[in-house]
Design a protein around this ligand. Structure first.
Ligand SMILES: [Zn+2]
Length: 323
């Protein structure tokens, strides 16, 4: 099997991990962390395949043909498990946290002798979604490492994990790549240079996000959000109407992200400290509102409040008479 089509930043982390593995320095607990959509999970899975393949090539790369590789590809390898969100008790929707029974099952399976005589690998993703009780169970498993057993945590928000868990894991940290590397990668994914540059700029250098926005309607959403904020600032739109539109589909979170980003970009170009402070406050507020959308708070009400807080400042900035 040829090497996977990893992006350069994925290749760097993979090389770092395989060097540690080959030198016998790879820890029992690993924390794959860094911004979402940089391919952390794919690197973790490739590393698992490397551990579970029975016929690795001269470079140690998995063959893709042996029983281990085939079972892994089919999702039925007995020595590999992934833990993520599962359905609630009623079977009606996905839970939003990882619960203790899942961690107990994971630990029980990890304690078994590998069926194929190799290793046992478990991937927990997103690791920061474990609830408090699950955390304690996980900590216990991390504290009692068994040779040949690997427990890997994937997280875009590692600071949400307790320090006790973080400190028991080796970190493999994904970082945003240099701009020229990100741009070259986007073009290798088939995006035109100009569009790629605009998206990368909008995503503040994040190639994974830029890629997603170029494929979907992320950039159009961003332009629309910018137009809405300008209208609100001029008093040409009502906060209620805009809020209802913003939360009317599944893109509410992305709109708030764009709104916060646009405001931050505006603030960074300003010299007026009062205006800068007020934009910074609104930026914080937009991010808090985005967090609220994940809770049971009524999304439209939270966004209305946010947008009402935008108007007076906007009017001042636009040279309005309501000082
Ligand atoms: Zn193989």
């Amino acid at each position: 099997m040829s090497a996977p089509a990893f992006a350069p930043w994925q290749r760097r982390i993979y090389a770092q991990a395989t060097a540690a593995l080959d030198a016998g320095r790879l820890g029992h607990g690993l924390l794959f962390c860094g911004p979402a959509q940089l391919g952390k999970r794919a690197v973790a899975e490739r590393l698992a395949q490397r551990l579970l393949c029975r016929e690795r090539d001269a470079q140690g790369e998995p063959c893709g043909r042996c029983r281990g590789c085939l079972l892994l590809a089919a999702g039925t390898h007995p020595d590999f498990q992934t833990v993520s969100f599962i359905l609630n008790k009623e079977g009606t929707r996905l839970r939003t946290e990882i619960v203790i029974e899942q961690i107990r099952n994971l630990s029980e399976r990890l304690a078994l002798t590998p069926q194929y005589g190799g290793a046992q690998v478990a991937i927990l993703d997103p690791a920061d979604a474990i609830n408090h009780a699950a955390c304690n169970a996980l900590l216990k498993t991390l504290e009692e490492p068994v040779p040949g057993r690997y427990l890997w945590l994937v997280s875009a928000h590692p600071l949400r994990l307790p320090a006790t868990i973080r400190s028991r894991c080796q970190r493999l940290e994904f970082r945003l790549p240099p701009a020229d590397e990100a741009l070259a990668w986007l073009q290798s994914q088939g995006h035109a240079a100009n569009a790629a540059r605009e998206a990368l700029d909008a995503a503040r250098g994040h190639p994974g996000l830029a890629h997603e926005w170029l494929q979907g309607e992320g950039l159009k959403l961003r332009r629309d959000v910018g137009a809405d904020l300008a209208k609100l600032a001029r008093g040409d739109a009502s906060a209620l109407e805009v809020a209802q539109r913003w939360v009317g589909d599944e893109h509410a979170e992305l709109r708030l992200r764009h709104a916060a980003d646009l405001v931050l970009a505006e603030a960074s170009g300003l010299t007026d400290p009062v205006r800068t402070r007020s934009l910074a406050a609104w930026f914080d507020r937009a991010n808090r509102t985005r967090e609220l959308l994940r809770t049971t708070v009524r999304a439209d009400l939270a966004v209305v409040e946010l947008l009402m807080a935008w108007r007076p400042d906007g009017a001042r900035a636009a040279g309005g008479s309501r000082a």
